[in-house]
Ligand binder design. Structure first.
Ligand SMILES: Cc1cc2nc3c(=O)[nH]c(=O)nc-3n(C[C@H](O)[C@H](O)[C@H](O)COP(=O)(O)OP(=O)(O)OC[C@H]3O[C@@H](n4cnc5c(N)ncnc54)[C@H](O)[C@@H]3O)c2cc1C
Length: 460
């Protein structure tokens, strides 16, 4: 091998999605490490990280506060970097609005909300008409500073219709989560990427094809182009390909993949308020069909499933600048485990189904049924663990690290995940939640017991 094909690096990171870029940022900018190489076979931030709906929240259930603390730390970083960059990535704080159309579920949502508030998302303000109406502070469309924390539980119908007039009067309760909103994922990623490069990180456009290990210790990383990079530290940030890279060191990972779709279309009738938060239909329900449609669907075995009850979670938000008409629609009503492959092949019916799912709580959307104005559908894979918590930390191979299984929360968690892995690599003090995201957790018999009784994963 020629000398030009032999290189040395302190750290090699495989994958310049949001996870790899974040690790590169924290290692180089915050920990001052030199000699970092970031390798990607594609354009940075182009595989999954530019397919997301770009939302964030600190409102996470769980048997403990680990996810909530991870997200709070990540949002601290989002706010700090927004301040430092003049908010080039348009971080807002409009919140998530979880809407119920089934009154029988109000008590359970109230209980779950109180539990999450007590885990650390405090406070929970209940607006049932007994509080002064001014106690509910609506969210501004832009900006993120000086906003309330916690959540507002709206039970007062007149308060709901005053602030969210596009919602159906079937919406009997709405939980407005306040440390939440969205931002431009691409621009946020580029802030991290540009800063990392300015601090010496070198980007190589190539494919990682081999990892040399001797006596359970990392030696070198081999690339398709023929280079071999001698290094003692390798980070697997390969997103949906994290298992393929892990196979190079014979390490199986407890992850699986689901295809998730995102529909984008022009709301030419202006049904969804341009200043709306992320609106979620938070209870299972059946799609509405006319009697004739019902009969037709019932007759055909292939279409009968469209009459069954669908899960909670259809969601929408306005997208783009204030003068845009674009809105996003998402609903994970059918997400079996699959092997990732590209290009993805979305179910052409999905746009109509998601529109129907949302039109129960946003009746104005019914005007588009059967005449959808040219939706575009894209998406990518949620690579996730069973309990929907990420994998961040060391592996049994000395010098090999993981950051992945970021499921549907990779953008919002990226900063804290990158910070956590950089601290691990640099042997800096770790936050209390570090163990909750390590691969090692699965060796703990108590964790196995916890897994059996996990409950809500908080996935949208
Ligand atoms: C429809 C949808 C909606 C979502 N909504 C949200 C949301 O609202 N909020 C949120 O926080 N998250 C959301 N997510 C999740 C988020 O997008 C992901 O968790 C995140 O992008 C994962 O980032 P990653 O860096 O791990 O993976 P990726 O972005 O996939 O990056 C992995 C990189 O590794 C590279 N790579 C792989 N193998 C090799 C190799 N052998 N050699 C070189 N390079 C390699 C790939 O080319 C790729 O660039 C959503 C996801 C989807 C699909």
């Amino acid at each position: 091998m020629s000398a030009s094909h032999r290189q040395t690096a302190e750290v090699v990171i495989c994958g310049a999605g949001i996870a790899g870029v974040s690790v590169a940022y924290f290692l180089s900018v915050e920990y001052g490490l030199k000699g970092i190489i970031l390798v990607d076979q594609a354009t940075p931030l182009s595989l999954t990280s530019d397919k997301s709906s770009e939302c964030y929240r600190n409102w996470w259930p769980g048997p403990d506060d680990a996810m909530l603390q991870l997200m709070n730390h990540s949002i601290d970083w989002l706010e700090k970097l927004a301040d430092l960059s003049g908010n080039v990535f348009h971080l807002n704080r409009r919140g998530y609005l979880y809407c119920l159309s089934d009154p029988s579920l109000i008590p359970s949502l109230l209980t779950e909300s109180q539990i999450i508030a007590n885990l650390g998302a405090m406070p929970l303000r209940i607006h049932d008409g007994s509080l002064d109406r001014a106690a509910y502070q609506p969210a501004p469309a832009e900006g993120f500073q000086n906003q309330p924390d916690g959540a507002d539980f709206l039970l007062d119908r007149s308060l709901i219709s005053t602030h969210f007039p596009f919602l159906s009067d079937k919406v009997c309760a709405a939980l407005h989560v306040r440390r939440a909103g969205w931002f431009s994922a691409q621009q946020f990623g580029m802030v991290l990427f540009d800063q990392a490069r300015a601090h010496g990180v070198r980007f190589i456009n190539d494919k990682v094809t081999g990892i040399d290990v001797q006596s359970q210790r990392l030696q070198a990383v081999r690339l398709a182009g023929g280079q071999s990079i001698h290094t003692r530290c390798f980070v697997n940030a390969a997103g949906p390909l994290i298992e393929q890279i892990s196979q190079l060191i014979n390490l199986p990972l407890p992850v699986f993949h689901e295809l998730h779709l995102k529909v984008n279309f022009l709301d030419t009738l202006g049904v969804l308020d341009r200043s709306a938060p992320l609106v979620i239909h938070h209870n299972p329900h059946s799609l509405s069909w006319s009697t004739a449609e019902r009969q037709l669907l019932e007759e055909d075995e292939e279409t009968r499933w469209l009459l069954r009850q669908f899960p909670a979670g259809a969601h929408t938000r306005p997208d783009g600048p204030p003068d845009s008409q674009a809105i996003l629609l998402l609903w994970d009503y059918h997400t079996p485990a699959v092997q990732p492959s590209w290009p993805i092949s979305p179910d052409p019916q999905s746009a109509e189904i998601i529109l129907r799912g949302l039109s129960t709580i946003i009746p104005g959307l019914q005007a588009y049924l059967g005449k959808f104005p040219r939706p575009t559908i894209d998406g990518g894979y949620y690579t996730r663990t069973r309990e929907n918590r990420p994998l961040i930390g060391p592996t049994p191979i000395e010098g090999a690290y993981l950051i992945g299984a970021l499921s549907g929360f990779g953008l919002m968690a990226a900063a804290a995940a990158g910070d956590l892995l950089a601290a691990t690599i640099c042997a800096a003090p770790l936050p209390t939640y570090a163990q909750s995201f390590s691969l090692e957790r699965y060796q703990d018999p108590n964790y196995q017991i916890m897994l059996e009784n996990w409950g809500e994963t908080g996935q949208l």
